[in-house]
Ligand binder design. Sequence first.
Ligand code: NAD
Length: 331
Amino acid sequence: MKTRITELFGIEHPIVQGGMQWVGRAELVSAVANGGGLGFITALTQPSPEDLTKEIARTREMTDKPFGVNLTILPTLKPVPYQEYAQAIADSGVKIVETAGRSPEPFMPTFKTVGIKVIHKCTSVRHSVKAEAVGCDAVSVDGFECAGHPGEDDIPGLILLPATADKVTIPFVASGGFGDARGLVAALALGADGINMGSRFMATLEAPIHDNVKEAMVAADERNTELMYRTLRNTARVFKNQVAGKVLEIEREKGDDIKIEDLAQYVSGQRGKIVFEDGNIDHGIWSAGMVVGLINDIPSCADLISRIVREAERIIAHRLAGLVNPTGQAA
Ligand code: NAD
């Protein structure tokens, strides 16, 4: 399957594994790359820009295919030296960056000077239009179904994707709710040039997280996520567990008077990291999308990608083509 996204990034299949805090490490990114997709190392998973440089080198030892780095700019409990991370990416020779959270405009000169292609994650049409205007090469359009931060507009992919297709000319991948061939075909029909998957790639053999997390995703259905931080206007979709329940209880109690300090001990990323290391799925907050309702196995990344592409081709060639009357006459 050739699309504007496979052409732009020099990849075999139009399937992207976007940034995921604590998950986007060399093991997963190289497995996605070797399977013909495009994986992204998550910059902030590395404690310092120097560690990011080492993780990029480690990934290069595991694949000779293209891969990228995600730089997410959202509120954090401790200040993050974003420009230093951006410079480490530019100096590393990586040629693809996924930005998310806030406009990548301040970092564009750093990336563009060394010929990096930038794909920006957007949760609204207006953000995609802005991304195109500031020189992004592509966007990743993230519907309300997504894991992590869906923004505050609550527009699902079924509307957000064609609305974006009407307003931008750069290629875009559909993100949020994608996990199988049916999703890929739907995304292409809605105007996208490929799909981005996060949660689906967590439940793979190579994802560097505890098996309990993967098994919890397989066992979950589409109602097993919660939206939290609505009160802080930093909404996040996370796996429904005890800590998420506690956070929502505090949000209900405090209402608009809430401060991040009221939640910090529960939501800290360091606590979420332990979930992935130790496998106690109730220990902290971890992101997951509604697509958990479509995850039923834990394949290798290569098997997952080839299955999605093969089945998508079959859906297009048989089911969809079979619906069209070849004579053009009314049935
Ligand atoms: P962290 O430990 O610094 O913060 C934990 C959580 O609290 C994060 O979700 C953060 O957004 C939120 N937060 C912190 N300060 C806040 C404030 N002043 N107002 C509102 N919310 C606040 O973060 P981390 O877990 O180490 O993650 C690092 C970065 O990656 C954060 O910016 C986080 O938002 C982002 N992240 C994104 C996703 C995603 O799905 N897009 C998932 C996990 C983390």
